[in-house]
Design a protein around this ligand. Sequence first.
Ligand SMILES: *[C@@H]1O[C@H](CO)[C@@H](O)[C@H](O)[C@H]1NC(C)=O
Ligand SMILES: *[C@@H]1O[C@H](CO)[C@@H](O)[C@H](O)[C@H]1NC(C)=O
Length: 130
Amino acid sequence: MVQATLFLLVLSLALGAHGLAVRKCDLVGSWKNDLGSNMTIEAMDEICNFRGIYYTAVANSPNPIRKSPLLGSQQHHKQPTFGFTVNWSFSESTTVFTGQCFVENGKEVLKTMWLLRSYAKDIQNDWNAT
Ligand SMILES: *[C@@H]1O[C@H](CO)[C@@H](O)[C@H](O)[C@H]1NC(C)=O
Ligand SMILES: *[C@@H]1O[C@H](CO)[C@@H](O)[C@H](O)[C@H]1NC(C)=O
């Protein structure tokens, strides 16, 4: 019993020390990806929902690219997971992103994946729209 308690104490101390070493990853601000797209996430509200603007550098659309609104939410961890939806303002399509905010060598990095839903003119064309 005593041994088990000690083990737990040592474990929680180790976790505490590790937790202190990790700086909080803050989603609010301007971000740029490797393709040159950028986004700005505005203030986080009291329940960690946020709004922002996504400005893509690449698009599979005949229309000129314009800034598009995004809406999302994040978890509370120091390196939080998050998700957001981009409502493309220049095409009839929607993208969802999910990812996590990491602090790597003192620098904040977002690792994300996305799904793009394009408009299908009818249900027969649904199969290749996402
Ligand atoms: C953001 O991305 C757009 C579209 O590629 C580009 O025109 C603009 O210069 C970028 N802005 C910044 C601050 O990187
Ligand atoms: C989403 O985009 C459409 C088309 O641009 C627009 O009518 C609508 O208001 C947008 N919604 C939000 C929440 O910005």
